[in-house]
Design a protein around this ligand. Structure first.
Ligand code: PLP
Length: 365
């Protein structure tokens, strides 16, 4: 810990819970013939957590940021590393130097990877992305994807065509369904017929595709997933999908914040309501005078109070500014006072922000 860092806000990181979740997801996938890339971007590649993925023996460790991969490799973490954001042309040098494989959708970049591999005397694995409707990365036209696969296979000496993949449930909120997975398998089949051998990777997506594994609906042609959130947060499966997640642990990350004010105050602002500190015009419900606490943590740290889930009985999120978070504590049995520490469970976005804040004290338990 930096000596000038305050003890709070603190992010409690439970690596035992993390390891248990990685093993559980990995083992269940393995039973269905699916290997996984453990995705570390959700906690900014923090090394203590990345080590758990190495321990659990994921097929690969992946991130959208090459910096996370470089840090992990410099720290001596062993294994295969995958860049999962399609690479910038300007990072291809680093990509070839540090990562074993990457997701790709642009022939120009793949050509640059080939040239860089030759220059660095290396090989690099490529997974071609198909856009099946979510409208972020990937070939829109399957024919173009197939042509690119053949080009890699026949013309590029140092680039290995590892397989194909897709990403759903991100920008376009498209649900990964059995049908979408079968679409991907059909493209894989066509490529395999043309190149005369099996593809090593048919990657059916991210955590949003994991429910298909749990429900038993994942087509057998899908043999790979890239899992971040289901392992680190494990929230959606029960709540959104109503699936038995086998009791994945929810306590991998916990936020602790210190109470800096406790007062009874009106719930409706007093005076002429104009704009808040971020230029928005929120509405306020008048619930009379209620007990409120102010916490020394803010949007700069957690990204927004809607991303926190109070663990204390009766606490309700009210709002936040850059450096303050306000909670309603009127219905708490506990008598909160200044200096007390309040705990919150976290969403994916909150963990992403908190692990990236230099003001948040990381505590490994
Ligand atoms: C972020 C990301 C993942 C992992 O997503 P989770 O929802 O955290 O499982 C997988 N693939 C790609 C391309 C991503 O960008």
């Amino acid at each position: 810990m930096n000596t000038e860092q305050t003890p709070y806000p603190a992010l409690l990181i439970n690596n035992e819970a993390l390891l248990a979740n990685i093993k559980q997801v990995k083992d269940l996938c393995q039973k269905k013939g699916i290997s996984i890339t453990g995705i570390i971007k959700g906690f900014n590649g923090d090394l203590e957590e990345v080590k758990q993925y190495e321990l659990a023996g994921c097929a690969q460790i992946g991130s959208s940021r090459i910096a996370h991969i470089i840090d992990a490799k410099k720290a001596g973490i062993a294994g295969e590393f995958m860049l999962i954001r399609i690479p910038m042309l300007s990072e291809v040098d680093l990509l070839v130097e540090w990562a074993d494989m990457s997701l790709n959708s642009e022939p120009t970049v793949i050509t640059k990877i080939q040239e860089t591999c030759v220059a660095q005397n290396k090989r690099h694995g490529v997974v071609l992305m198909a856009d099946l409707g979510d409208l972020r990365e990937g070939f829109w036209n399957p024919e173009e994807l197939i042509q690119e696969a053949i080009r890699i296979e026949t013309e590029l000496s140092n680039v290995d065509l590892l397989g194909i993949g897709t990403n759903l449930g991100c920008y376009g909120s498209i649900k990964p369904t059995k049908e979408k997975m079968e679409e991907l398998c059909a493209i894989a089949k066509e490529i395999e017929d043309k190149i005369g051998h099996k593809l090593e990777i048919v990657s059916g997506g991210a955590s949003t595709s994991y429910p298909l594994v749990l429900s038993g609906d994942m087509p057998s042609g899908i043999n790979h997933l890239r899992i971040g959130e289901s392992i680190t947060i494990a929230y959606d499966l029960k709540e959104i999908w109503q699936l038995d997640d086998g009791d994945l642990r929810r306590d991998v990350f916990t936020l602790q914040a210190e109470v800096i004010e406790v007062k009874d105050k009106p719930t409706h602002p007093v005076g002429e309501v104009f704009v808040d500190c971020f230029g928005a015009k929120p509405t306020y419900e008048d619930r009379g005078i209620r007990k409120r606490a102010v916490l020394a943590v803010g949007r700069l740290d957690h990204g927004g109070d809607d991303k926190l889930i109070p663990l204390e009985e009766g606490v309700v999120m009210v709002g936040s500014s850059s450096d303050h978070t306000i909670v309603d504590i009127e219905d708490c049995n506990r008598q909160w006072k200044v200096g007390d520490v309040m705990e919150f469970a976290l969403t994916y976005a909150a963990v992403m922000y908190l692990t990236n804040s230099k003001y948040v004290h990381k505590l490994y338990i």
